[in-house]
Design a protein around this ligand. Sequence first.
Ligand code: PRX
Length: 666
Amino acid sequence: MSNTPSSAIESVLVENRVFEPSARAQQGARVAGMAAYQALCQEAQADYEGFWARLAREALVWDKPFTQTLNATQAPFYRWFEDGQLNASANCLDRHMGTEVETKTAIIFESDDGQVTRVTYRELLERVAQFANALKAMGVQKGDRVVVYMPMTIEGVVAMQACARIGATHSVVFGGFSAKALQERIIDAGAVAVITANYQMRGGKELPLKGIVDDAIALGGCDTLRQVLVFQRTATPVNMQAGRDVWLHDALQGQSTQCPAEVVDAEHPLFILYTSGSTGKPKGVQHSTAGYLLWTKLTMQWTFDIRADDIFWCTADIGWITGHSYVAYGPLAAGATQIIFEGVPTYPDASRFWQMIERHGCTVFYTAPTAIRSLIKMAETNDAVHPKHSNLSTLRILGSVGEPINPEAWMWYHEHVGGQRCPIVDTFWQTETGGHMITPLPGATPLVPGSCTLPLPGIAAAIVDETGNDMPNGAGGMLVIKKPWPSMIRNIWGDPERFKKSYFPAEMGGTIYLAGDGAVRSADRGYFRITGRIDDVLNVSGHRLGTMEIESALVAKTDLVAEAAVVGRPDDTTGEAIVAFVVLKRALPSGQEGKQLATELRNWVAKEIGPIAKPKEIRFGENLPKTRSGKIMRRLLRAIAKGEAITQDVSTLENPAILEQLANTH
Ligand code: PRX
């Protein structure tokens, strides 16, 4: 079993390597030098609303200018730029018409099998407009919810932009989620349509999407759903249900490539994106139009220092928030050229990323630590896929997102990908924050491996105890954001009470945003280091999963499972790995039988939620460690999963003998 992350954390604690921004990184940077960063922070401090108003006026094109910047009367239901009106798609596309961006490449698309397609901003606008007209012809209206279950393709981004163009609220569901997960999201969002593809191509394999949509609908309850729009990605046929299913190419037939953008209020919900919480079903994180878009554009400028000739590449799927902010919206709002990649980093081999950087002259590259760690492993065992064989000299900025990056991986990324010349922006943020919160700025911030360094200007990040008191530097606590910011989550779709309870704890006054992460600031620089979730949320390969969700999936196997508890265990590739402790409705299995049952349960979870939720390990026991009041003692399970000796006090335990059994059943 691995122990890298814990040793990684120790090495962060003693981390004293500092990388000052080079003259090259500072040259012409949007925020050049710490003094420039501090000036922005001071501007925000001196006149908080004035600061955001200035940026919102500069960054966005408004159909109706706003007069009020922040309305906090219903806090924590904050409203930004409330009386202003605009359209997100117009801000990403139409605004560039008549400028030099119009004929610039918006998207360089590389398919799984290596075919490259380029689309200019003008062409993208026409495709989005035509798609929007098709949606309108299907009866989709402003305010309707549309689920997007698409592969990483130009059409995926076009679908999102087309929804935004007509004021429909999209809810993208990652193409790796199961029929059940999809069904739950369709129902919760009350979607009127699903946009999907017949199949998706990943790693040379053709994987179903439309078939899963059919299964999701067959599960029942999708009463609001009227239509399924199907993009034909491959030649393989699928069943089409007359009256419900429409091919995209048929729907686009005869539609005009012009479609005026629907003007919406600043607070109009641009999208809902489901993410895991510590309790219950996934939460529909609701984002606004203006505040969200402002943030994606600003962070493209601040964090990525995006310039006219950059070739930007964010490897995230559009099914996650990173793919929303830094594929579907941010790069377009900033008028950048971006790479969109359909496939996986290991196909046809693990040099794919490096070859693509060379092929397309990528300058700003943004990926997840899990990808870096697995590519390190592969390069170490197979020299042919090492990045040194590719010309990566065009790179000027590297980014990391989704999970803590251990200093070892940071250093490798810095040396072997960035050639020791590219700043690494370790961006801490969440689905709920809409965009970066704590991150270095490439032309300003001295870098410390493993630290996301300092909050962006105007972001009042702090570390506090349970009652909201500030912790001194060097002492760990809970990460909070003390002031509202434009791109913050607006609500949990349909569940305002859960929104308040999850993010704005009453013990802290009810208006401070609780991130759900632990963090500590360094004694010397006050730099932030994220220590991981403080709730029952796991981060597996940068994917967020609630332990409760996985437990619910396990106990839904009613013929077999009596009880289940899920915890995370450090893993040197995926960050965390899922370990499930299961009490069966039958005698404790042994040997081969145990292995078979574990496989059956792992596959069951994949079917219920998606392959990303598959437990890495399943341990069977006759019981779970519980207090006398019946509460499962997860900290003991975490220790067992890690292979640690139990040193904690177990005197409150109902059944101490179970610990030994669980420790030995794998
Ligand atoms: O635990 C933090 C971790 O990912 C969580 C947010 O997950 P999600 O909403 O899926 O968004 C991921 C992409 C932004 C956080 O609560 N996390 C994200 N970025 C970092 C991170 N942990 C450490 N360092 C980061 N840079």
